[in-house]
Design a protein around this ligand. Sequence first.
Ligand code: AMP
Ligand code: ZN
Length: 431
Amino acid sequence: MVCQNEELETLDREGLRALQLFQFKRAVTNALRTPFYSERLRSVGITSSEDLKSLADIEKIPFTTKDDLRDAYPTGMLSCSMDDVVRMHASSGTTGDPTVIYLNQKDLDNWTDMTVRSLMAVGCHRGDVFQNMMTYGLFTGGIGLHYGAEKLGMLVIPASSGNTARQYKLMKDFGTTVVHATPSYMLHMYGKMSDYGYKPSDFKLKRALIGAEPHAEEIRQKIEELWGIDAYNSYGLSEMNGPSVAFECQEKAGMHLWEDSYYMEVIDRDSFLPVEDGTEGELVLTILIRTATPILRYRTKDLTSVIPGKCACGRSSRRINRITGRTDDMMIINGVNVFPSQIEEVIMKMPEMGNNYRILLRKKGTLDQLIIQTEVSEGLFSDDTRKMNALVSRLRDDLRASITIAPQIELHEPGVLPVQEGKAIRVVDER
Ligand code: AMP
Ligand code: ZN
C-alpha cells in the first residue's frame, strides 16, 4: 500500500483508541482555554483533562451545535493568542452570523498531512496534474486540498469554480489528470463539452475527487462512465477544517474517516444515544488535530452509518457510508418525511433521465405540492407526447413506490435547468 503514514494508517484498533484518548485529553485541555468551553465543560464538572479517564467518559461532554459556534462568534472558541493564528475560515450558512475557524501553523500542517493522505489513498502521485475546480476563498473546499496536493508533488492548477470554458481549456492545455469538483459540476461539464467544441478524448483525465454535496452511488457511476475515469467520494466540513475528514480509498467501499485525527460517533436522531455500526444516524465529530479552535462532539447533522468490518486496503480507520442527507434537509410533504436523496436515487436509476434535476415545493390551497423538474438524456427529448408521457408516468410510478407520494413531473431538454457554481441547489421550497 502506498500511503502517507503507514504506521498510523494501519495502527491496530487498540493502539488507535489509546492514541485517541491521549489526543482527546489534549483537545479538552485546549478547549478549557476558550471562553465557550471553559463555561460549558465546567458546567458538567469537567475542569481538567484528567476528568476523562477513558473514551467512554467523552459522553459526559455536551454536544456542540452550529448555533453554539454562531453564538461564540467571533472569538469565543479561540484557544490561543490571535498572534499565533495564521488562517481563518468562515462558513456563511444561510442565516445569522457566520461560524469562524482559526488555525495556527501547526494546525495547518496537520490538515495538509491529512489531505496528502487522502490524495494518496485514491492513487494521486507526483507527476499528476491537479485541477482544483472547487471554490477558493472563505469556503474551505478549494484551498483545503491545495496545500496537500502541492506537498504531494502534483502540479496544482488553482482554477477555482465556474468559468466552464476556461476549465476545459486548462484541462486540455495542461493535461489535467485529476480534478476536484462537485458531482453536479462534473455532470454539467460533461453535458456542455460539445457546445464548447471539446470531446472526451481531448483530455487526459483519470480521476475525479467529488464531494461537498450529497450524491447517490448512481451519480458516481454516471460520472465514471461518461468521463471514463475513476471518481472518489470526499467528505469534509468547515467546522472540522474542510476536505479530508473522510475519503474513499481505491476500494471504493465507503470513506475512511481518519480516526487518528477525528473522533467519530454516530447517534440516534431522536434519543442522541450511540447507534450500532451499520445503523444510520447523525455523525458527531471531534477534531483532534487542531489547537486554535478546538471543537468537541460537533453535531454535523449529516446522516450516515459506520460500515462494519475492515477495508481490503489494510487501513484501520473505520469507513462511513456516503452521506444520505442531513437531518435538516428532510422535507415534510403533506406529513410525509422525504429526503432529497431518495428522489435523486430514483431519477438516476432511469437511463432516460439527464444530469440535472430540481425539486420544487409549492402550496396549492392547504396542500403541499411536489414538482420534479428533470432534464432528459441527450437526444431523447421529443415532441412525441406519447413517448414523453410514458416517461413521465414511469418516473412518477417509481417515485411513488419509493416515497409514497406521486409528484408532478416536468421533463426538460438537457442544459435547461439552472446550474450553480458551488454546491448544487436541488430543493426550491416556495411554500
Ligand atoms: P461546508 O462546511 O460549507 O464545507 O459544508 C459541509 C457540508 O457539506 C457537510 O456537513 C455535508 O452536509 C456536505 N458535504 C460535504 N462533503 C460531502 C459529501 N462527500 N457527500 C455528501 N455531503 C457532503
Ligand atoms: Zn480502504
